[in-house]
Design a binder for this molecule. Structure first.
Ligand SMILES: *Cc1c(COP(=O)(O)O)cnc(C)c1O
Length: 387
């Protein structure tokens, strides 16, 4: 029997990353849910997460009745502060999620060491970092397992999509049986809608006339809702119907196409990030702060701190500058009812400060040198906020 597009994409992705197995899903959050299930996370178990994340990352923990435990971040890399982890470990702690925020790799050596001492699993969250290296090794290959998102805003996109990767045969077997038992397929309508959205997105990103795609898109939006990234029922910690879905063939085809360009994407991101470093330093703004002897971050966006974030975002929209606002609160987005997710204001002061101050500059393949210069000129008109 011929191998499916999804299987082919899984193989190609695993080969690119250099891991034994990859398992594709409808979204990144579904991939995390699959991992937590394979690790047999049960009610009242505790999962350590950075207090600077996206609610879609916390939902799968809550869906299983487990408890997210938030650890504050370090102000330079926005990653979990490893000095604070042990203080949060209890006999119920089962997992540490090592989220590589904006593309900066976490202090993996320290995290893996803590996890080994307490017999806790580590899940790498690579949704924002495709290709970053820590001590010469690519993120996503350190822990027992890692996951990726291929949503529109991510370093590498299939419209929507997620992937679990592992080098562990026992874990892979669990993933296979879990998929066989529980996974549903996206509906025809969802597949078509996403295909149309993807085509429209590509026309905007890489101008090309695909009029058919636009008219299909319009027809479909008249008939149903656009498949957005988050539905309203995802701001409550209860699993929506049909959540546990696999990847469709069109996402996989898009992924196969993207993976051919991945090295170009990575080097472009690195060049533009270095350019931002240079241009910001020239204007006496602080460039990125990270330990170059151990980290080689491939960033999704370039974070900068300003003291008047709202004004910067408003003006950017008017000026046509592609300024991003994540994360807007410790559990992005701002609509999240924090108390339902066991977060209390004040729990992670550095994360809360970062949410108030950080905006981010684009690094995607369309950002030219000229755009980068214009973005820096724009941002330097605001008051910087320095740690
Ligand atoms: C985007 C993102 C997710 C969720 O990915 P989806 O594909 O949107 O489900 C999880 N964690 C982080 C850090 C993310 O940025």
């Amino acid at each position: 029997m011929a191998i499916s597009k999804v299987e082919l994409y899984e193989r190609e992705f695993a080969r690119w990353l250099g891991v034994k197995r990859a398992f594709a899903f409808w979204k990144g959050r579904v991939a995390l849910y699959a991992i937590l299930q394979a690790l047999e996370i049960a009610p009242s178990d505790e999962v350590i997460v950075p207090g600077y994340t996206c609610v879609m990352d916390v939902n799968p923990i809550k869906y299983l009745g487990a408890k997210p435990v938030y650890v504050d971040i370090e102000p330079q890399t926005y990653n979990i502060n490893t000095e604070l982890i042990e203080g949060k470990i209890t006999p119920k702690t089962k997992v540490i999620i090592a989220q590589h925020t904006y593309g900066y790799p976490c202090q993996l050596d320290i995290i893996l060491d803590i996890a080994a001492r307490y017999k806790i699993n580590v899940i790498e969250d690579c949704c924002l970092s495709v290709g970053s290296k820590y001590k010469g090794q690519t993120v996503g290959t350190f822990g027992e397992t890692a996951y990726y998102s291929f949503q529109w805003n991510k370093p590498f996109t299939c419209g929507l999509g997620g992937m679990v990767v592992t080098n562990d045969d026992i874990f892979a077997e669990k993933m296979i049986s879990l998929r066989r038992k529980l996974l549903s397929k996206p509906s025809i309508k969802e597949v078509l809608m996403l295909a149309a959205e993807l085509a429209v997105y590509r026309t905007i990103v890489y101008p090309r006339t695909t009029a058919w795609a636009q008219s299909l898109f319009r027809e479909l939006t008249k008939k149903g809702v656009v498949i957005g990234s988050a539905a309203n029922d995802e701001f409550v910690p209860k699993i929506p119907d049909g959540f546990f879905k696999g990847m469709g063939p069109i996402q996989a085809m898009s992924g196969l196409n993207q993976i051919k360009k991945i090295e170009r994407n990575i080097s472009h991101r690195e060049i533009i990030a270095n350019l931002y470093d240079e241009l910001l330093s020239e204007r006496d703004w602080k460039p990125r702060q990270f330990d170059k002897s151990i980290m080689r971050p491939i960033m999704v966006r370039y974070p900068v701190r300003v003291s008047n974030k709202n004004k910067a975002l408003e003006d950017a929209a008017k000026a046509g500058v592609e300024l991003g606002s994540w994360f807007e609160c410790p559990l992005h987005p701002i609509e999240t009812p924090l108390e339902m997710y066991d977060y209390e204001l004040g729990m992670c002061p550095e994360a809360e400060k970062a949410s108030r101050e950080v905006v981010n500059l684009p690094l995607h393949p369309r950002v030219s040198r000229r755009t980068a210069e214009r973005n820096v000129e724009f941002i330097c008109r605001f008051d910087k906020s320095e740690k």
